[in-house]
Design a protein around this ligand. Sequence first.
Ligand SMILES: NC(=[NH2+])NCCC[C@H](N)C(=O)O
Length: 385
Amino acid sequence: MAMRALEGFSLYHMSSSTRETVSYTLGVISVIVWVVAEIPQIITNYTAKSAKGLSLTFLFTWIIGDIFNLLGCILEPATLPTQLYMAVLYTIITVALGSQTIYYEHIYHGQYKRRDESETPAIFERNDSVEEKANDAEQSDEYDDFSDGAKMSSPIPFPGQLQRTPNSELFYQSARYLSKSFTPTAGSVLAQRASPTSSLHENLLGSAAIRQSAPAIKIKSSFCLVSTLTFLGAINLLQSLDRRIDPLISNPRQQIVIYVGRKLFQVGGEQMLEEGAAGSLGTFFGWAMTFIYLGGRLPQICLNIRRGHAEGLNPLMFLFALIGNATYVGSILVSSLEWSRIKPNLPWLVDAGGCVLLDAFILLQFIYFRFWSSLRSDYKPPAIA
Ligand SMILES: NC(=[NH2+])NCCC[C@H](N)C(=O)O
């Protein structure tokens, strides 16, 4: 009998330690996959000397989400240590990718254009710089579509095709325009696109106003989203603090506890109050992170749809993200299926699970665009007799 009990115990013990090992292994796989996940995109940007395939809003939400993730993991004691390491790692890698994007979209092409301008008389310039000029990935992609469309059907001549036709001045950019002045110059090709029928002056002003303010609007709305989430979460947090402070009032001898990271430095008294409060704060950051990460995929999906292709975007990044998120979910679930363990981890589970679905959708977009472009290249227009 005693032997049986011992066997049962050791079996139970074995399986729980195996679970821990599997959970830890999945966590480590997730860390490794996330270490490499953004490298393909960094390489793609490097070889293209551009980051125009990547939605700047997506990247921005990633960085904000990473900060919330970091705070959530620090404050929520139920999260796994690997989750915390990953949060640190994400932040570092994404800041690197973000810096590269800013470099290519704002600094590199600026230098390149300035050098070009001083070497090449403006009148002989090709208008490739229009694409480079865009200060937001989404903006430059609009231009992409524009030139693509032009190749197919537009009667308006486009930079790639156009070599010094009588209208070619329209496509040359002045130094002021290239230096991202908010004042547009005559002959902006982008302005032509905005309203081909109206006067040149109207076009220029209208188009430039739309283009220049687009990133600002996006950043503003991202800030709006973050502040709304912060506000809602703060209300939530205050309510749960309220509930926890009640017993404190009825038991005033409880003392103060200071939280530093996941460790408690207890001055004295009951830990539960502060642990709960930190947990609530951690949960709040966790949910904020979830909404931000999930919301961040949408601009990328929309950008791909708008462009009708996913060039400049590396599918490997999304494949790795999918694997990284799936193993991340696995590491939490394998560790324990008890609701008491799952509940505090819920934001991380919803985030990673949701991102798996959204990344699968982005990968389907890649497949669809491949398929679609191969159909288009197979298509031969009927010969005109
Ligand atoms: N900068 C990062 N790579 N952050 C990690 C984000 C993780 C999150 N589950 C997502 O896929 O969006």
